[in-house]
Design a protein around this ligand. Structure first.
Ligand code: GDP
Ligand code: IMO
Ligand code: MG
Length: 426
């Protein structure tokens, strides 16, 4: 395969977990490079459903190394809960590794986020309330607590004292040092078997020519630099985040694959030009089961946005595209695809950098025939109804990118190669 990045091209929840689960078969390692347990990546294998928040989506393969890189922010309680639940389901954790340099989400981060969201009032971001933003704020503020610190009582105590003094000054947080200290030392001792220098581990794998998959969380439009700021997450969720968040050098990345739903969804606040408030939005939400894998919130839904696709191709340097959830469109008579925006009396083809402009953009749609056929049992591109093939080909034209895989259901075998005959026939 090669060293491949899997990145969301929209506002998250594109089906990255589904893609990773399939591609991990050919990889030696799956590495998370940013975000935290705000992510919810669903994998369904033989009818059994797993939702991964911090653990990489390759963990169902016992021989694949699953690595949480330095760029991830880790809530130890949440990670330990996830590990215990996987263990109870018979999943081996012997190949799970946690970076000593990953930053720790602390209780005051969650509290600070709650206070900030309520202060924002109507302009709140609609975060996942996992303390992700404030944890990254501490990282950049050079006072963050890292996973390795959980193993050193004196260092943890000193850092904790400073952090609690700091946060108490700015926020109404009130924690006892001794109870947080003992709680986090206990987390440290439980996580100790997994903690290592993951940058070195990844380097050794790459040096041996092993295939590594980098698993993006969130999506391009939630990237703190390139997304719809301030309605974004606090990390570099685009492909650019991989090197920073794992310690691998840019020259070692071979391929970047983007994942897009056959339509668009968003959770939380912020502009969404193709959002449908009417019947279409409801149909997509119900047929696509568009409820958050982490928070259970209903996702906002709308048509596929080609302007966003072109932007994601540009920002991530995508080599190829993967389209998920094509089956969700099966029953629609007409399908729309946004090819440009109208802003005042101008037509815009490039995603606007200015949020004020984006907010006022109206989508310009092309209307295509629906296929009104159940695609979920089909396994070869050429077997798809003509209208479905045309839809995928139109996406390729608009994005100026080839689709390598598409899916017609959430299970492993429902992810189909665009050009090849299925495995079962080879
Ligand atoms: P992620 O965060 O990008 O991994 O995506 P989520 O897991 O949050 O959301 C994707 C949802 O769509 C999950 O419930 C998947 O099981 C489901 N899913 C993935 N691919 C398909 C597909 O092709 N068809 C259908 N109907 N569901 C899919
Ligand atoms: P996966 O990896 C969809 C959204 C939140 C909110 C914004 C900021 O499953 O695709 P945060 O808690 O990160 O500070 O919230 O980002 N968000 C996601 N939306 N999928 C995700 O992850 C998300 N992670 C965060 O809803 O709008
Ligand atoms: Mg998700």
């Amino acid at each position: 395969m090669s060293n491949t990045v899997i990145v969301g091209t929209q506002w998250g929840d594109e089906g990255k977990g589904h893609v990773i689960d399939l591609l991990a078969r050919q990889a030696s390692a799956v590495v998370r490079y940013q975000g935290g347990d705000n992510a919810g990546h669903t994998v369904i294998v033989e009818g059994e459903k797993f939702v991964f928040h911090l653990v990489p989506s390759g963990i169902l393969y016992p021989d694949k190394k699953c690595i949480v890189g330095n760029g991830v922010v880790v809530d130890p309680e949440s990670l330990l809960g996830e590990l215990v639940s996987l263990k109870n389901r018979g999943i081996s954790l012997t190949n799970f590794f946690l970076s000593n340099h990953a930053h720790v989400v602390m209780p005051y981060h969650k509290k600070a986020e709650e206070i900030e969201e309520s202060l924002r009032g109507k302009s709140r971001i609609g975060t996942t309330k996992k303390g992700i933003g404030p944890a990254y704020v501490d990282k950049m503020g050079r006072r963050g607590i890292r996973i390795a610190d959980l193993l050193e009582k004196n260092i943890l105590e000193e850092k904790l004292k400073f952090n609690l003094t700091f946060w108490t000054k700015f926020c109404e947080v009130n924690y006892s040092i001794s109870s947080v200290l003992s709680q986090y030392l206990e987390y440290g001792s439980k996580l100790k078997p997994y903690i290592t220098d993951t940058s070195l581990l990844i380097y050794e794998l790459a040096k041996r020519g092993e295939n590594i998959l980098f698993e993006g969380a969130q999506g391009t439009l939630l990237d703190v630099d390139h997304g719809t700021y301030p309605y974004v997450t606090s990390s570099s969720s685009g492909a650019g985040g991989v090197c920073i968040g794992t310690g691998i050098g840019p020259g070692k990345i071979d391929r970047v694959l983007g994942v897009a739903k056959a339509y668009t969804t968003r959770v939380g606040a912020g502009p969404f030009p193709t959002e449908s408030f009417g019947e279409t939005g409801n149909i997509l939400r119900e047929r696509g089961k568009e409820y958050g894998a982490t928070t259970g919130r209903p996702r906002r839904c709308g048509w596929f946005d080609g302007v966003i696709l072109k932007y994601a191709v540009r920002i991530n340097g995508l080599n190829e595209l993967i389209i998920t959830k094509l089956d969700v469109l099966d029953k629609l008579e007409k399908i729309r695809i946004c090819v440009a925006y109208r802003y005042k009396n101008k037509i815009i083809y490039d995603f606007p950098a200015d949020l004020g402009i984006l907010t006022e953009c109206q989508p310009i749609y092309e209307e295509m025939e629906g296929w009104r056929t159940d695609t979920s049992s089909l396994r070869i591109f050429s077997d798809l109804p003509r209208a479905a093939r045309k839809y995928l080909q139109r996406i390729e034209e608009i994005g100026e990118i080839s689709i390598c895989l598409f899916s017609v259901g959430p299970q492993r075998e429902e992810m189909i190669s665009m050009n090849q005959i299925p495995d079962s026939l080879t």
